[in-house]
Design a protein around this ligand. Structure first.
Ligand SMILES: Nc1ncnc2c1ncn2[C@@H]1O[C@H](COP(=O)(O)OP(=O)(O)OP(=O)(O)O)[C@@H](O)[C@H]1O
Length: 409
């Protein structure tokens, strides 16, 4: 969705036929040079557009392939209990049904009791799955000591305050809530456009409370195999209990908690199961101890209202795009470590970056640094910042999309 470049004006020139030959020739030459320049520009734009078309084509191909996969009949996760000559006993996860099934000799050589496998509706073994610990490790990001502090977050002071009240205080002073006789919020949902600091907020609370930060992306919970998503949710909460105090951060919660659609595909049912498991874990969290749950989404409009009921994600905090003052602060934060040649006018930069998210501002500062390096300098100037903004704005082939262009309600 990069912006379309504007087409260069087509040069026109009236040449007086009565001019002397020499002057007419000069006029024609200079007109020809102008036409040539426009032609070059158009050729560049065409090349950029063709590259963009290729990228989009690749994306369409990928989505079509994913779509085909989703239409395939579902597979279930099972464990191998015993293996005999050409036959194995498998136990399906979820309903614990045990079945004796035949395996091909090729497959028989590869499996041992304890392995996780994927089976189809008639218990035919389809594939051996990677070890469970791998799946866990792939899906979750665990940081014992995140290094983000509240001071690193700019432009969303109200949201920082709300998160501190809802998450930090119950972790730091649980007795206060007991004395007053109120339950701290169960889960906090941060919503707003991409790159506005939602992950940073969750990390900053973990830093402040010395809690382990466990991040899982909702899209990781949407697994290929039936039963895997709910299993991962259980693992996620088990892990948090082992590592108390802990902050569970579920990014892209909309991937598992989107409103029910009319389609009745097996993929949908699996997503529903994963969401139910998540709600169960939250509902059974009476004595939650030192574990807090923060979720984030860019698509608040798509969420199933069931997850917003009391006792679940009952504290909603909108994290908007920064306003001019916020952008100024974020420019300052991200320029702290830059070696600056002269005073940088952050206010002017904020004025030029209306609609930019914090992440986009960070890219501007990095790009400004790149301009200095390309120019063999070690100091960054105001002109570098301006050039960086120009570059990001005109970078048609890049993935840069101003967050205001996101489909977000
Ligand atoms: N308010 C902010 N103050 C300072 N830096 C910010 C801010 N917002 C975003 N950034 C920068 O952008 C990066 C990405 O931000 P973050 O991951 O917190 O965004 P997010 O809202 O969680 O995005 P998404 O919805 O895409 O997951 C941060 O590492 C930080 O460098």
């Amino acid at each position: 969705m990069a912006r379309s470049p504007s087409l260069p004006d087509r040069p026109t020139r009236d040449i007086d036929p009565n001019l002397p030959d020499e002057e007419r020739l000069d006029a024609l030459r200079s007109h020809h040079a102008e036409l040539h320049e426009v032609r070059e520009k158009l050729a560049d734009q065409l090349e950029t557009a063709e590259r963009r078309r290729e990228t989009l084509r690749d994306r369409v191909d990928r989505v079509e392939r994913e779509n085909e996969c989703l239409k395939d009949s579902p597979l279930y996760v099972a464990s191998v209990e015993e293996s005999f000559d050409g036959e194995v006993v498998v136990k399906q996860h979820g309903n614990n049904q045990e079945v004796l099934t035949e395996v091909s000799p090729r497959m028989a050589d590869r499996i041992e009791p304890g392995d996780r496998v994927a089976v189809d509706d008639s218990f035919g073994l389809q594939t051996v799955l990677s070890a469970e610990t791998d799946a866990r490790a792939q899906a979750m990001e665990i940081t014992e000591k995140p290094d983000v502090s509240y001071a690193d977050i700019g432009g969303i002071d109200d949201q920082v305050r709300e998160v501190r009240e809802a998450v930090e205080q119950p972790l730091a002073e649980p007795e206060l809530f007991e004395q007053v006789g109120i339950e701290p919020p169960s889960g906090v949902l941060l919503y707003g456009p991409p790159g506005t600091g939602k992950t940073m907020l969750a990390k900053a609370v973990a830093t402040k409370t010395d809690a382990t930060f466990i991040k899982m992306a909702g899209s990781e919970l949407v697994r290929k195999f039936i039963g895997e998503g709910s299993r991962l949710v259980r693992d996620l909460f088990d892990l948090a209990r082992e590592r108390e105090p802990a902050i569970i951060f579920i990014d892209e919660i909309d991937a598992v908690a989107a409103r029910r659609t009319d389609s009745k595909t097996s993929g949908d049912a699996e997503v529903q199961r994963t969401m139910m498991q998540l709600l169960n874990e939250m509902d059974g969290f009476e004595n939650r101890g030192e574990i807090s749950i923060i979720a984030a989404t860019n698509r608040f409009d798509m969420l199933d209202r069931a997850i917003l009921r009391p006792g679940r994600f009952d504290r909603l905090i909108e994290v908007p795009e920064p306003d001019a003052e916020g952008r100024e602060r974020i420019f300052e934060i991200h320029s702290q470590d830059l070696s600056l040649a002269d005073a940088v006018d952050y206010e002017a930069l904020a004025g030029r970056t209306d609609g930019y998210s914090g992440a986009e501002i960070e890219s501007v500062t990095t790009e400004a640094g790149m301009f200095a390096i390309r120019d063999d300098r070690t100091d960054v100037t105001m002109a570098d910042f301006e050039a960086a903004i120009d570059k990001l704005e005109s970078d048609e082939g890049s993935e840069y999309i101003p967050s205001e262009n996101y489909f977000f309600h």
